[in-house]
Write a protein that binds this ligand. Structure first.
Ligand code: DC
Length: 224
């Protein structure tokens, strides 16, 4: 039986993972966070002392790396690097930058592609990332493009990091987001862009509940 898939793309901090998690719970789909896969490889590069932006340094790491995704009883995705659960470690700001840098390398994207497509083959998924609707799942049953103003996204990301106990200041979070948007959007390989058949949702000025209600409405309309 063919499984159903919903693709959610958009810039960092637009609310993709929060919305995808909530939608997945409502629909009984599996939530697949593809950014976490790039983050795990980025963390590995940092730990190996390799520059995540340099293919010559990253290439020798690919045959050595073991990345695994597993789902806990609560349905949450955990990432394993070797045998180690790195679900928390990959959320540090320096890993965000490393993930964005390493993901600009075309060979890295190809290396991580099967892992993502296999999930959609095996389960009903809501998958979020930057190129899900355009490259990974071009035939997704529904494509959403979630965005928000840069400031709204930086405020959310700041609150998220503070809640996690990270020592950060707002201006740094804002400039990191601007830099990451620029890299993710302007890279040659699978840049962040809205698929032609994606539905655009702007979450600036919307509460979580309002954004979720808007998305649920679209899902019910399109996926009936
Ligand atoms: O969604 P995220 O912020 O956890 O993703 C981290 C980085 O990984 C992001 O800056 C770009 C990259 N990424 C990507 O290139 N393609 C994806 N499908 C998901 C993430």
């Amino acid at each position: 039986m063919k499984h159903k898939s919903i693709a959610i793309d958009g810039p960092s901090g637009a609310g993709k993972s929060t919305m995808a998690k909530a939608l997945a719970a409502k629909l009984g789909f599996l939530y697949v966070d593809t950014g976490a896969i790039y983050r795990t490889l980025g963390l590995f590069a940092l730990r190996q002392g390799a520059a995540p932006s340099d293919w010559a340094e990253v290439e020798p790491l690919l045959p050595k790396v073991s990345i695994r995704m597993a789902y806990a009883a609560d349905g949450l995705q955990h990432m394993y690097l070797g045998g180690e659960d790195v679900t928390e470690a990959i959320r540090h700001p320096e890993v965000s930058t490393a993930a964005s840098q390493i993901s600009a390398i075309p060979e890295v994207r190809a290396f991580l592609m099967d892992m993502q497509r296999d999930m959609a083959e095996a389960y009903n998924v809501i998958m979020d990332g930057r190129d899900i609707g355009t490259v990974v799942l071009p035939n997704a049953d529904l494509k959403l493009f979630l965005t928000a103003s840069t400031e709204a996204r930086a405020r959310r990301r700041y609150a998220e990091l503070v809640a996690r106990g990270e020592q950060v200041d707002y201006d740094t979070v804002l400039s990191d987001i601007i830099e990451r948007d620029d890299r993710d959007t302007n890279r040659a390989a699978a840049p962040l862009r809205q698929a032609e058949d994606a539905v655009l949702v702007d979450t600036s000025g919307k509460t979580l509940e309002e954004s979720l209600a808007a998305l649920l409405h679209i899902v019910q309309e399109r996926l009936a």
